[in-house]
Design a protein. Sequence first.
Length: 152
Amino acid sequence: MEIRSAASAAEVTAAEHLFDGPARPGATRRFLDSPGHHLLLAYEEGSGTPVGFVSGVETVHPDKGTEMFLYELGVAEGFRRRGTGRALVRALAALARERGCAGMWVGVDTDNEAALATYRAAGGTDEGRFVSVGWDFGPESPESGEDAPRQG
């Protein structure tokens, strides 16, 4: 397995089968062009097929400095439980250290045993209960990275 940073929209599109949905061109371009946004792809040896990804975003806060937020991890069904996820998380942690981050964190549902096992195997430690509260502004908002349709 080879792990490398996604550098082009074509690489992201080739890996979109690993995401929750298709890669959107505007959001892909914005992600790749944003400093501190990272997408690492794992490729199957020999075939060059993307089999996993991890995305991370550097966050900065006045009292914490810079930390890496592990945004999402995905591994193709046939490559789970083979160390792919652990290798991707470790690669993101190494990148975070390289970039001077003070730490790395991820939010995980308390009943997601597969994710918890992966993060623990990659050196993460539980920090307690986590609750996620979200706001959905819809796919057409300017913040989504896509061009919003014009009204009128």
